[in-house]
Design a protein around this ligand. Structure first.
Ligand SMILES: Cc1cc2nc3c(=O)[nH]c(=O)nc-3n(C[C@H](O)[C@H](O)[C@H](O)COP(=O)(O)O)c2cc1C
Length: 357
């Protein structure tokens, strides 16, 4: 990092009774952001993450105690504050899920109104709620009545365009929610294209008019400390949330916390970069993953993380094709050995322009 980014004026906010400091979240990521991954990020950041959010858990799984799906609800001892994200489309069933989840020791709950997956949308939840705003309003109202904890709503800007967002703000504020999280893409965009931070800024302005006690967190394409500072300052949101940026650069949240404390953002040494893989593998093992299961997860992180490293592109292809854990670790060691010898220890994730997909 060339120079220390400036420090934004707003570095914390309140989410119900929770103090969110720093005002940066790790976004929920099904299939990636499970307990071992979140433990790695917390460890790298020395705990300094404003909030971590679970992968979505369906209210059906909660109501029917479907154990396999409920794995997504596990939370680490050090992982506070922690928000459980719930998925569902039926207001009464959702409220029942909220009542069950409220008694399980989470710090906050979140309603998922953004998941774009066809399989999930067909069930009436996630982004489907953006096409049926009266149902979203009923669901939010019932969830609010059932929830004694801080409650948040996470939305996209709309289904095919940004036309649902104003109404989502009205619903969140009208029902007295404690937080609105806006991912600045439509459902049709999926994860492609750029997030619309103009729309996020408008949502914040409307929420500030309607109910200043409902903070707004913006999400989409926050990949560097500079992105976090610029998005906070330009849009006026209370906080930002990063998903894929934190896979590309697992130190992102640590670096943001450094800067918020007035220190330069620290870049990981070559040893720390290599150590990341051992740490993740250890946490996966502690979580009961088999060796093969661990290899799959390691590859997911490798696919993104190695894009940030000099010479990473070539090694990435080989690592992703490794058939056995032994082959994977050998390739990884040779890659880092090569970098040590050639003196390319650098880690410049900020240089990446196109990280989507
Ligand atoms: C693999 C993956 C899984 C995701 N799972 C969820 C999820 O369970 N719940 C949710 O609200 N968003 C989910 N998202 C969306 C992210 O939370 C975030 O809104 C989106 O990736 C945009 O932020 P980014 O540009 O920082 O990645 C997921 C995204 C990815 C890439």
């Amino acid at each position: 990092m060339e120079e220390t980014p400036r420090i934004p004026a707003k570095r914390s906010f309140r989410f119900g009774n929770l103090e969110i400091a720093p005002n940066v979240f790790l976004s929920p990521m099904a299939g990636v952001g499970d307990l071992p991954f979140r433990r790695v990020l917390r460890a790298l950041a020395g705990g300094r993450i404003g909030l971590t959010v679970s992968e979505f858990v369906s209210v059906e799984a909660l109501r029917n105690s479907r154990t396999r799906e409920l794995k997504g609800m596990r939370v680490g001892a050090e992982e506070r504050p922690f928000c459980l994200q719930l998925f569902g489309g039926d207001p009464a069933k959702f409220a029942e899920g909220v009542r069950i989840a409220s008694g399980l020791g989470f710090d906050a709950l979140e309603i998922n109104a953004g998941c774009p997956m066809p399989k999930m949308v067909r069930k009436g939840g996630g982004a489907q709620l953006l096409r049926d705003l009266p149902r979203l309003a009923r669901l939010v109202a019932e969830a609010r009545r059932a929830c004694p904890l801080p409650l948040s709503l996470k939305v996209r800007v709309g289904w095919a365009d940004g036309s649902a967002l104003d109404e989502c703000v009205r619903i969140a504020c009208g029902e007295g929610l404690d937080l609105l999280v806006v991912h600045g893409r439509t459902r049709e965009q999926g994860y492609a294209g750029r997030a619309d931070w103009g729309a996020i800024a408008r949502a914040k302005r409307l929420a500030a008019e309607l109910r200043p006690e409902t903070p707004v967190v913006g999400n989409g394409d926050v990949r560097t400390v500079e992105d976090a500072v610029a998005r906070l300052e330009e849009s006026g949101v209370d906080g930002v949330s990063s998903g894929r940026g934190a896979i590309h650069n697992p130190w992102l949240l640590a670096q943001i916390a450094d800067v918020w404390e007035g220190k330069p953002a620290r870049s990981p040494s070559l040893e720390e970069q290599r150590g990341l893989f051992d740490l993740y593998d250890r946490f996966l093992e502690e979580d009961g993953f088999t060796e093969t299961g661990r290899l799959g997860r390691l590859k997911l992180v490798t696919a993104r993380f190695l894009k940030a490293l000099p010479g990473g592109a070539g090694a990435r292809v080989d690592l992703l094709h490794a058939q056995t854990p032994g082959a994977y670790w050998d390739l990884l060691d040779s890659f880092f050995e090569e970098r040590r010898k050639s003196g390319t220890a650098g880690f410049e994730p900020g240089g990446l322009e196109e990280l989507n997909g």
